[in-house]
Design a protein around this ligand. Structure first.
Ligand code: MUC
Ligand code: MG
Length: 373
């Protein structure tokens, strides 16, 4: 059989408005900007991928305009003419020639996996041994910036059976104000509803110690990334001191981070994200480290749209230790979509898309509407 080569890679940025402003410790999001990748192969098969970050350049080192430029200028010349089916070889080639740029690498790997699964007549999760479950629990992030609005939003979502676990974004305000906000929401929603907090690195270790004690006393279920991402030692001290589980998000970016954190007992839970790790295959590697170390897993999001969310779901569904469910609600935060059939959410969960590859098809009319000129 002759080689199936990569014949073209197209990238564009899509801007979709959010349903309400989304407040994080480093940014307020009013839209989400996604780099969409279309990868074409000589057998006529097209793979799609997405590389997305949060709040422009405020959350991570990569940003939409830079991701597109990096792929067009550096990734594409390396990939054109290569065998599209040799995904491990191609990812090694990218790692050898391109430092970092994991968000972009994740988008490219997604497109390669989508194309390969379509070619083989299977779903992406089957490339990783198959899904353990076809539905994944999905929490919702309350981040309107207002306590009463958040309580109203949560109650509506519980009633409509959309979400029954909530994550609160804190760290922008004074710790006492944040604690009041969280405690009021936990009290209003009751003991059956899990409430977690994401500090997005905003606290010093001293502040974290005082604040987490109060959050633990008030029944908060999980504390996400309280300290700066490089402070592994501090995270380890908090993990051993508190009963409430401490989750590493920004700290647990790569396979190497996962190994170091595990060795130091620096977290009880890892938030995994395909963007941070550089793709789906690296998620499986991080998950194996966590499993060996007895660390629980959580399926994180970079607030991707439908393509990135589907890609994340395909790999998360294969993990045996996804004890904390997922936060794959990205598409629900957006007012519209660029795909023909959106992901289905029901009964507090997401349904893994069926169909070949990711099971997602671009709607080119919608793309034309939201594509950045
Ligand atoms: C993060 O740090 O977890 C995930 C959900 C959300 O609202 O923000 C993201 C980022
Ligand atoms: Mg986080």
């Amino acid at each position: 059989m002759s080689q199936i080569t990569i014949t073209g890679i197209e990238t564009f940025i899509v801007d979709l408005p959010t349903i309400r402003p989304h407040h994080l410790s480093m940014a307020v999001m009013r839209k989400q900007s996604m780099v969409i990748i279309r990868l074409f192969a000589s057998d006529g098969i097209e793979g799609i991928g997405e590389a997305t970050t949060i709040g422009g350049i405020s959350y991570a080192d990569e940003f939409p305009e830079g991701i597109k430029l990096a792929i067009d200028t550096y990734f594409t010349p390396l990939l054109l003419g290569q065998d599209s089916t040799k995904i491990n070889f191609l990812m090694k080639l990218l790692d050898k020639n391109i430092s970092g740029n994991n968000f972009a690498k994740s988008g490219i790997e997604t497109a390669l996996l989508d194309a390969q699964a379509k070619r083989l007549g299977i779903s992406v999760h089957q490339l990783f041994g198959g899904a353990i479950s076809n539905s994944l629990p999905v929490l919702w992030t309350l981040a309107s910036g207002d306590t009463d609005k958040d309580i109203e939003e949560a109650n509506k979502l519980i009633r409509s059976k959309k979400h029954n676990v909530f994550k609160l974004k804190i760290g922008t305000k004074k710790p006492e104000e944040d604690i009041q906000h969280v405690t009021a929401i936990k009290k209003a929603l009751g003991n059956d509803i899990k409430v977690t907090v994401d500090v997005n690195q905003a606290w010093s270790e001293q502040i974290a110690k005082r604040a987490i004690q109060k959050l633990q006393d008030n029944g908060v279920d999980l504390i996400e990334q309280p300290l700066a991402k490089y402070n592994f030692e501090g995270l380890a001290r908090l993990t051993s001191y508190f009963e409430v589980p401490i989750m590493a998000d920004e700290a647990a970016a790569t396979v190497q981070d996962a190994f170091k954190l595990a060795k130091m007992n620096a977290a009880s839970v890892f938030a995994l994200k395909i963007a941070k790790s550089g793709g789906l295959t690296n998620i499986a590697r991080q998950a194996a480290i966590a499993q060996g170390a007895g660390i629980a897993l959580y399926g994180g999001t970079m607030l991707e749209g439908t393509i990135g969310t589907a890609a994340s779901a395909h790999i998360f569904a294969t993990l045996p230790n996804l004890d904390w469910g997922t936060e794959l609600f990205g598409p629900l935060l957006l007012t519209d979509d660029i795909v023909k059939k959106p992901i289905a959410y029901d009964n507090f969960s997401l349904e893994l898309p069926t169909g070949l590859g990711l099971g997602i098809e671009l709607d080119m009319n919608q793309v034309a509407k939201y594509k950045r000129k």
